[in-house]
Each structure stands twice: as C-alpha cells, then as structure tokens.
Write a protein that binds this ligand. Structure first.
Ligand code: UT7
Length: 325
C-alpha cells in the first residue's frame, strides 16, 4: 500500500511580536487576565505587505528545504486558510507562483481552525489514491485583519503565522501500527448548526465586505473539550491504538485550559502535549503545523515517534490525525 510520510516541516511568523502588555495599552484588558484565562503571553501581527500568501511561502520554503527537495518536485499544494489574500484565486496558487512551480494541483481549503487537519486528510487521500506523490500542505492565516479591535473578548486571542509540511507517498508493506510510518488514521467532522457561535459577519455573497470575527467563547470552549476528546479516542481506535501509545499530542492552540482539559480527559501526561499558545496565541489553521515545526526543530519530536494532531474551530469543524514520524 502507499502511505503518506512526513518529509519535512517549516513555519514563518510576522516580524512584529505583540506581548499582552503592549495590547493592554490600546485594549481594555490586562496581561494577568489574558494569561490566567488563555495562557497567551504574546502574538505576532502581520505588517502591510506580510500576507497569508507571503507567510505561507516562507513556511513552504522551509519545509521544502527540510525535506531536501526542489520546489519542482511538488505536485500538490493545499493551503488551509480563512484569511486568503484575495477572494479568488486561491492563495495556494500565489504560493505556487512564488515558489516557481510551473504546474501542479493547487487549491485552498476553508475549515477555519480545523483547516490544516482537513487539508492534511485530503492530501493523504490524494497521495494514497495515486493522484499526487509530493504534497505541500500549509496552514496560514492573518486573523489580525478580521479582528474587531474594539472587542476585547476576541481580539486578544488571535495571532498571525504559517506552518507547512511536505508529505511524500511511499510504498509500505508494514501494516503493524506499532512500527508503520506515515499517516495511520485521520477523522474529520462538521456540525453546521453551530454557525452563530463562531463566525465572521461578512462575505462576498452577503455583505460584500470581509467582515469581523464574532465568537461566543464560553460555548465554543465547552464544545471544544467534548469534541476533541471524542475525536481523539475515535482516531486512536481507527489506528488500532490507545491514548497511552501517543508520544506527542500536537493540538490546535486556542487556549491552554482547553489543552489541559483535553489531556486530562485522555489521561495523557501534560509533558506529552506541545504547547505554543503562550508564544503564538491562536493562529487558526496555522497553529497545528506551527507547533509541529517548533517541536520537530527543537528536537522533541523524533523519527519513530507517534504524533497525534487535532483541531476544532468555526463551523463547527473538528478532526484528528495519527502520524508516525
Ligand atoms: O480556535 C477556535 C476555537 N476557539 C476557542 O476554542 C475559544 C474558546 N473559548 C475560550 O478560550 C474562552 O471562553 C475565552 C478565553 C474566550 C474567555 O474565557 P472565559 O473564562 O470563558 O471568560 P468569560 O467569557 O466568561 O469572561 C469572564 C469575564 C467577563 O466579565 P464579567 O462578565 O465576569 O464581568 C468578561 O467581560 O472576563 C471579561 N473579559 C475580559 N476581561 C479582560 C472578557 N475578555 C476580557 C479581556 N480582558 N480581554
């Protein structure tokens, strides 16, 4: 069978870091409140000229280098984003052009904070079906552009950034989950009834404007803890393993309290959870590949490790993926 193997990771952040104290100069909030309620200490905010596509391109180059490939080897680009550079064409095609790739498949996926899990699952399916062999999967966002900076209940929570991975199709005869490399299981969900709990109040077909992010935080929080624990158990069962087999959980970085609650529900040691929400805040579709790249580059995630990725966001959408490095 063909499996999708992780060949490399990369990430990129805007130049400007904005610690809580700086935000508190213009927003009615405090470092104490933000740290206590969310674990966030800092976020990065894109300047004019730093866009979803430029950040995605930087992350993509780093991932392609880490994989030891030339850009021309990429035959599929999927970019997960809710903040594209243009309404159309897909920002993935901007990345393709910036990388100098003449011909490949390139499109965006819109599943907000779960976007990277959706993009990864589609890329894995295309690789296993033979439709692609070297996939660049990116999560990139500039949420600072869709925040209402007058709304302290949301604007302190998000940041900008990008993360990318390269997946390569490889023949494998190993069907033992304890040793097989690559993507071993993935599971996605959506429940569109919850639109009004987390959405943007604009769009091309309704208001003709971009709109601003609106969220009922407490209700999203409650759904997140339940849905994430459930999909994690589900995906581990599909892979033929249990939570105790996980070496590293790389979760969507929305709130440190959600990460703690999810780990507790799975009876997983907090030492096995990669946490970057303190440094990056919630970067939506970028948060999982950003955190993955951080933990690969600092040497925590090593070849042979069993890594589980998960995310939940607007829609609602949520999902998880089991991957041996
Ligand atoms: O990525 C997509 C998924 N998104 C999420 O997972 C987000 C999930 N939700 C959360 O992370 C949390 O619900 C929040 C961080 C958004 C809010 O935390 P909370 O503990 O649920 O706080 P709260 O909304 O109940 O607000 C508590 C108080 C309120 O004041 P009163 O009504 O008790 O007087 C708020 O007005 O905190 C106040 N407050 C703030 N105070 C200072 C809300 N935002 C702020 C702020 N600074 N930025």
């Amino acid at each position: 069978m063909i499996r999708s193997i992780l060949l490399g990771t990369g990430s990129a952040l805007p130049a400007r870091a904005v610690p809580n104290a700086e935000l508190a100069q213009t927003v009615d909030t405090s470092d104490e409140w933000i740290v206590e309620r969310t674990g966030i200490r800092n976020r990065y905010i894109a300047a004019d000229g730093e866009t979803t596509a430029t950040l995605a391109t930087l992350a993509a180059r780093a991932a392609i280098d880490a994989a030891g490939l030339e850009p021309g080897a990429i035959d599929l680009i999927i970019l997960a984003t809710a903040t594209p550079d243009q309404t159309f064409p897909a920002s993935a095609t901007l990345v393709q052009a910036a990388l100098g790739i003449d011909d490949c498949v390139a499109f965006d996926v819109a599943a907000v904070c779960s976007g990277f899990l959706y993009a990864l699952t589609v890329a894995d399916s295309m690789i296993r079906s033979g439709a692609a062999s070297r996939a660049l999967v990116i999560g990139s966002e500039t949420f600072s552009r869709i925040l209402d900076w007058e709304d302290r209940t949301t604007c302190v929570l998000f940041g900008d950034g990008a993360g990318a991975i390269i997946l390569g199709g490889e023949e494998s005869a190993d069907d033992n989950p304890a040793t097989a490399r690559g993507i071993l299981a993935a599971k996605l969900h959506a429940d569109g009834r919850h639109n009004q709990l987390l959405y943007v109040d604009g769009g091309p077909s309704t208001t003709g404007t971009v709109g601003k992010l609106r969220m009922k935080g407490q209700e999203v929080f409650r759904h997140a803890v339940v849905n994430l624990a459930s999909v994690l158990n589900e995906v581990m069962a599909i892979a033929g393993m249990s939570a105790q087999d996980i070496d590293w959980l790389v979760p969507h970085q929305a709130n440190a309290r959600i990460l703690d609650a999810t780990a507790r529900k799975l009876k997983l040691s907090p030492d096995k959870v990669v946490v970057t929400v303190d440094r990056h805040a919630n970067t939506s579709a970028a948060s999982v590949p950003l955190a993955l790249d951080v933990a690969v580059r600092d040497g925590r995630i090593k070849p042979g490790d069993l890594v589980v990725l998960e995310a939940m966001g607007g829609g609602f959408t949520w999902g998880a993926c089991v991957l041996r490095i």
